[in-house]
Design a protein around this ligand. Structure first.
Ligand code: UD1
Length: 417
């Protein structure tokens, strides 16, 4: 089993190229199931989750080929409606193939999806959306089957602005008969990227990025070429790593607007972040930061995917920070690992109180999920001495060449094993 070993105390300095967004490319790959032909997806990050999504497509007869940041998808031999169990179980996003397969072939059968263990993460909102479009859902023996002669547009109100449910319903509705409104929709930038992708294929979607998405069904879609938006969580993680080490980084390929809540919190903590002509610049003098109050919320609120990294940063703040996690009910698993490094954190329900200390100390820790893994790397970069991180495959699910990018800007970091 591979581990990351790192030595803290080095300010990160230099330039980092941000990859395409994992959370944008996964639904886009699923959306390719909506049409026959050759797709070219530029700025695809080569991640374990992307590889897994390609395996799911392969199990349906679809060919994929990755070369130098570009993913080619050929759907001409698509011949199945039952993706392979093994790949589906590995990743929650595998469920995003359900909307496209249902709308295109009138039937889809899947086992229950897997993913990071950060809460119960049900899929009831996805299924309610499919039912509202006229699908019949059957659940039994660990499988879900959705069937419909044809889907019919409908008004769907989401009880919570779920990212995955918004995407899945949007993909199902593009080939449904008539109009669909998704109300209380998620407004994440990745949803806008998916809507742009679908519209370029010939779909009629308006309002992506707002609370109401309006979709007019069309009869068919075509294969296209698309460039994925930059990964705001990867960029945010490097911003926090720079702030944590007293670094000076220029991030290339970022959309500043997508990072507003993260930049606002970094500024509140006392860090300078500026937009430059070719990217985003962060400079920090390495001094102890102001404590923060953070509450995770759907976009444009503070992203839950940045909560663990900020918690690592706050372990050295000059005072008490408060972090309220409102999106997932079990997203504090990194706390026990940060405590092994000396962090002073108390949890009450969904709120963590972090009392800043002078310095963390390197320790043997375990990445419990993807963003927790990134948080531990950041903690290790700030800590005195050596940190060893186990179960780093979680990090590979969502960060492309994480260690190599950090090493290039001065981090003393290695993968071993
Ligand atoms: C997506 C992101 C993930 C991010 C999350 C929240 C992808 C591939 N993953 O995950 O990185 O952390 O958004 O920003 O884009 N829920 C229900 N019923 C449902 C669906 C969701 O109760 O049918 C709940 C979940 O349990 C969770 C909350 O809604 O508590 C948010 O989930 P959701 O927005 O759906 O996240 P994902 O799409 O799984």
């Amino acid at each position: 089993m591979e581990r990351i070993v790192l030595e803290g105390g080095v300010p990160l300095k230099g330039v980092i190229q941000i990859s395409g967004a994992k959370n944008a490319v996964l639904p886009i790959i699923a959306a390719s199931l909506l049409a026959d032909g050759d797709f070219t997806i530029y700025d695809t990050p080569w991640l374990a989750d992307v590889e897994n999504m390609c395996e799911i497509l392969a199990s349906l007869g679809v060919q994929t080929e990755f070369c130098d940041g570009t993913l080619h998808i050929n759907t001409k031999n698509l011949n199945g409606v039952e993706p392979t169990q093994e790949s589906v179980r590995k990743m929650r996003a595998s469920f995003l193939t359900m909307g496209p397969l249902l709308t295109r072939f009138g039937k889809v059968k899947m086992c229950l999806p897997g993913g990071c263990a950060i809460g119960a993460r049900p899929i009831d909102l996805h299924l309610k959306g499919f039912e509202a479009l006229g699908a019949q859902i059957t659940i039994g023996e660990g499988h879900i089957t959705a069937e419909a002669d044809h889907l019919i547009g409908s008004k769907i109100y989401l009880d919570f602005p779920s990212v995955g449910a918004t995407e899945n319903i949007m993909m199902a509705a593009v080939l449904a008969e008539g109009n669909t409104n998704i109300e209380n929709a998620a407004a994440e930038p990745e949803i806008v990227d998916l809507a742009n992708f679908l519209n370029a294929m010939g779909a009629k979607i308006k309002g992506a990025g707002t609370k109401i998405i309006r979709i007019q069904g069309v009869n068919s879609l075509q294969a296209i070429t698309h460039t994925v938006i930059p990964d705001r969580v990867e960029a945010g993680s490097f911003l926090v790593a720079a702030a944590a080490t007293g670094g000076d980084l220029l991030l290339l390929n970022v959309i500043e607007q997508h990072l507003q809540s993260i930049i606002a919190k970094l500024k509140e903590a006392g860090i300078a972040v500026e937009e430059e002509y070719d990217g985003l610049r962060i400079r920090s003098d390495g001094g102890r930061l102001q404590p923060l109050d953070i509450k995770t919320l759907p976009y444009p609120g503070f992203a839950t995917d940045m909560q663990p990294q900020f918690m690592a940063l706050m372990t050295r703040a000059k005072g008490t920070s408060v972090v309220a996690e409102t999106v997932f009910e079990n997203r504090f698993m990194h706390v026990a690992e940060l405590q092994k490094m000396g962090a002073d954190i108390r949890i009450e329900g969904n709120v963590a109180r972090i009392q800043g200390i002078e310095s963390l100390t390197g320790a043997d820790v375990t990445a419990t999920d993807l963003r927790a893994g990134a948080a531990l790397v950041i903690a290790g970069l700030m800590a005195k001495g050596c940190t060893r991180i186990n179960e780093v495959y979680h990090i590979d699910r969502g960060y492309e060449k994480f260690c190599a990018k950090l090493e290039k800007v001065g981090a003393r970091i290695k993968r071993i094993g």
